[in-house]
Write a protein that binds this ligand. Structure first.
Ligand SMILES: C[S@@+](CC[C@H](N)C(=O)[O-])C[C@H]1O[C@@H](n2cnc3c(N)ncnc32)[C@H](O)[C@@H]1O
Length: 296
């Protein structure tokens, strides 16, 4: 059983599912729309408890999930949202025990997802160019995860290179404006078979990144995609998609570090045809024919 503790970040959720973040401090009061509740009335309650504010409004007190925490935590830089954090950890194949390189740290949302995925035996080395962002990120990370001996957060410009002493890495993940400038360093720092993933908001950035990966010659199976998450309203007979959604966040580009020579750097099934479109082949990612896929 998990009780809410003094000093801990918690969320209060209202009937509509809206969440309000607060850090529990004995003796303090939480204010909401002219109502109040003493932190002392929350400390010691079970995670998920129903609580009542001064004028009768009821809310649920919760320890936030990582996804809920990152959207409410203090920010320096824009964070990566949960739908993309989920995609990044699987598509970059971040596994328990992996050594992962990250840049830039920003507010620490992706860093936390990576730390959880690598677990106690893994390691995350994260470069951040700005001192103030690095400090905010460290506070955010430790407030949620506690002390993190598996993280090395360095104030460093990754465009200048990745220190040999920090590597080699199994996985490398970038969320910064010019990932193509990191690709030559990634080619050195990743181990053979390692996974590269970068996340950018625009297609011109994506194009420059893919071109840099192709130029580097040691990357294959290069893929770019975005994720669209559409939530639904399920209430009685009103069963329909919600009217609003986040239509755009970012494009992910993923590649494997491979020995050159088998493919053009794009990988199987993506050689341009006469009209310039890539020709899909059986087994290509996205093909619904799973059995054929196993043979390729
Ligand atoms: C969009 S934010 C990253 C947000 C982060 N992924 C998160 O989820 O909280 C981009 C970060 O990259 C950092 N940055 C930009 N150029 C950099 C560089 N050359 N080296 C290291 N960090 C850099 C910025 O200072 C900023 O904090």
């Amino acid at each position: 059983m998990r009780l809410l503790r003094n000093g801990e970040r918690i969320h209060l959720a209202d009937k509509k599912g809206r969440q309000y973040a607060l850090t529990l401090k004995a003796g303090e009061t939480f204010q909401y729309s002219g109502e109040t509740i003493a932190h002392d009335d929350l400390i010691g309650k079970l995670d998920g408890s129903l609580v009542t504010l001064s004028r009768g409004t009821r809310m649920v007190a919760l320890l936030p999930t990582l996804g809920d925490y990152v959207v409410k935590m203090p920010r320096g830089a824009q964070v990566i949202y949960p739908k993309d954090l989920a995609m990044i950890t699987i598509w970059a194949d971040v596994y328990p025990g992996a050594r992962v390189f990250e840049a830039g740290t920003g507010s620490g949302a992706l860093t936390m997802a990576l730390l959880r995925a690598v677990g106690e035996r893994g390691a995350v080395v994260s470069y951040e160019a700005r001192d103030d962002f690095a400090a905010t990120a460290m506070k955010n990370i430790e407030r949620y995860l506690g002390p993190v001996p598996t993280l090395l957060l360095r104030k460093k410009d990754v465009y200048d290179g990745i220190d040999d002493a920090d590597g080699p890495f199994d996985r490398l993940v970038l969320d910064l404006p010019e990932p193509w400038r990191v690709v030559p360093h990634a080619a050195r720092a990743l181990r053979p078979g390692g996974v590269y993933l970068s996340y950018v908001p625009t297609i011109p950035q994506t194009m420059q990144t893919v071109e840099a990966l192709e130029r580097a010659a040691v990357f294959g199976l290069i893929q770019t995609f975005e994720t669209l998450l559409r939530t639904w309203n399920i209430q009685g007979r009103s069963v329909r998609p919600d009217h609003r959604m986040v239509a755009h966040s970012g494009f992910m580009t993923v590649a494997r570090k491979v020995e050159p020579g088998l493919w053009g750097s794009r990988g199987p099934g993506t050689e341009p045809s006469v009209d310039g479109e890539a020709t899909p082949e059986a087994g290509e990612v996205g093909d619904s024919s799973e059995n054929e896929g196993e043979e390729t």
